[in-house]
Design a protein around this ligand. Structure first.
Ligand SMILES: Cc1cc2nc3c(=O)[nH]c(=O)nc-3n(C[C@H](O)[C@H](O)[C@H](O)COP(=O)(O)OP(=O)(O)OC[C@H]3O[C@@H](n4cnc5c(N)ncnc54)[C@H](O)[C@@H]3O)c2cc1C
Length: 457
């Protein structure tokens, strides 16, 4: 089994060639820190709107090194967490407009991939979130009602266990929430394709160049300084490594495994012909995909958070995390029990204190940011990129009035409270799942306590 090496997605396509580092001091109209989806989508829409703009993307490793090259490949257009949180700074109408804009990201990503010739193994499909315990059924129905209330009634519905088994056979499934109009992707192919596309449009990407600090008008790196009137921070889960940003977004770890390609005989037992993206309603939920070449990937939180917001380097999960992911694989897909695990890896995503994504730009300082997508960044980063482009160009579009724009959220607590809060939350969520596994058990109150502890609900 390969462990780390950034992700399976790069084992699939090969690690990219390295672009040159910044060659000393220079200027740009817009400097973007971080070459993941957020930075690259922003660069893309800026160049679409104004081809003459001098856009420079500064990347410490290589384009797609972060979560954008490691994720589960769920392109969902959904909200990360509780829609109602945005009511604190908006109206019901504003939140519904954002739901609609989010949903639209699926079509937009697929449109651009098609127009720019980006092959990312994109397959339009449904999202299936399966309930396997009575307590999970209650959670599923509440989630369906919640999403429908916020305007997703046209694309979210409940599916019976019987209908589900026509699509995929999950032992003990009692039903599923279906979300239509989503897609499965190969994440590293998307980010690699985006990087090539923006370069073709004239954006400069410098790699192996670490930003060590920034202030209005100037970005400092280990290879020189960049003077730019607009500086956009697109570093999501890595943000805590930037000076003064330690407590802004918690770097949350998520890990995955990929099996070897499964033979047809196993697929015949599992079903899953529609390549739906598949997850569950456990409190410590999982996310899975069937890859282009017939592997199963399973993802879930590993070691959820490292003390002091420290980051791993190469995406290597610990043995206990790999064991837990393998147990999920065997539970949901017993037919794949004999399959070899080819790869295990992990990465970081950004979690704001209120678990709600934000995007913004201060017109006075020229400093902007986007992120905190809480695990739903594949689609949200596209909306963020379009919005950051509009903010940068001072365009008064509908996007710049959505409730997540220029939303300020308080920092996370200092250590050891941050570590205790997150680890406490996951210990409670896991304990709640164990309780809900007991025959006849209802929803465990431990999950509610865990979510409250971390501010998730
Ligand atoms: C394991 C995992 C599974 C996930 N699964 C899904 C999923 O299925 N669906 C979904 O919607 N979302 C998922 N996510 C979340 C999603 O992948 C991210 O939210 C999204 O990719 C964030 O994109 P980004 O460009 O903002 O950040 P990143 O892709 O993390 O890019 C940030 C970039 O900034 C660079 N950088 C950092 N610091 C510096 C510095 N000082 N100087 C220069 N460059 C710097 C990094 O090297 C990196 O390339 C998952 C995340 C993880 C980790």
């Amino acid at each position: 089994m390969r462990i780390g090496d950034v992700s399976f997605w790069y084992a699939d396509i090969g690690l990219p060639y390295r672009r040159a580092a910044l060659a000393g001091d220079r200027t740009a109209d817009v400097a973007i820190i971080g070459a993941g989806y957020t930075g690259l989508w922003t660069a893309y829409y800026l160049k679409q709107a104004m081809p003459s703009l001098d856009v420079l993307v500064i990347e410490k490793d290589f384009a797609g090194f972060g979560a954008s090259g490691r994720n589960g490949g769920w392109l969902t257009g959904g909200f990360a967490w509780n829609h109602a949180r945005y009511l604190e700074t908006s109206t019901e109408h504003g939140v519904r407009a954002m739901v609609e804009a989010m949903n639209g990201t699926v079509d937009e990503v697929i449109r651009v991939a098609g127009a720019e010739g980006i092959d990312a193994d994109i397959q339009r499909t449904d999202e299936l979130l399966v309930a396997t315990k009575p307590a999970q059924v209650g959670r599923m129905q509440a989630e369906i009602a919640h999403r429908r209330h916020w305007g997703e009634d046209g694309r979210v519905f409940e599916m019976s266990a019987r209908d589900l088994s026509d699509r995929i056979r999950i032992p003990g499934a009692l039903g599923a929430m279906v979300v239509t109009n989503v897609a499965r992707i190969q994440p590293a192919k998307l980010v690699r394709g985006l990087a090539r596309t923006v370069e073709r449009l004239g954006v400069r990407i410098v790699e192996g160049t670490t930003v060590t600090g920034y202030e209005p008008g100037v970005v400092s790196t280990d290879h020189g300084t960049v003077q730019a009137p607009v500086i956009l921070r697109c570093t999501e889960g890595f943000t805590a490594d930037l000076p003064g940003r330690k407590r802004e977004w918690l770097p949350m770890n998520s890990a995955q495994i990929a099996t070897e390609p499964l033979p047809q005989a196993i697929w015949d037992r599992i079903g899953w012909q529609g390549h739906e993206i598949l997850g569950d309603f456990a409190n410590a939920y999982c996310y899975c995909q069937r890859t282009r070449e017939g592997r199963i990937t399973v993802g879930a939180r590993g070691v959820p958070y490292r003390y002091g917001s420290s980051l791993d380097i190469n995406g290597a999960p610990d043995p206990e995390t790999i064991r837990r992911l393998t147990a999920i694989l065997h539970r949901h897909f017993p037919a794949a029990r004999s399959a070899k695990i080819d790869h295990a890896w992990c990465g970081v995503l950004g979690v704001p204190r209120d678990w709600c994504a934000t995007v913004g730009l201060d017109p006075v300082t020229g400093l902007g940011w986007a992120g905190g997508y809480v695990g739903v960044g594949v689609s949200t980063s596209n909306l963020a990129g379009r919005t950051l482009a509009d903010l940068t160009l001072a365009r008064d579009t509908d996007l710049v009035h959505l409730p997540w724009v220029n939303r300020r959220v308080r920092d996370w607590e200092p250590e050891p409270f941050r570590w205790l809060g997150v680890h406490g939350m996951y210990a409670l969520l896991n304990a709640a799942d164990r309780r809900e596994d007991r025959p006849g058990a209802g929803p465990s109150k431990l999950a509610a306590l865990g979510n409250w502890l971390s501010g998730r609900h």
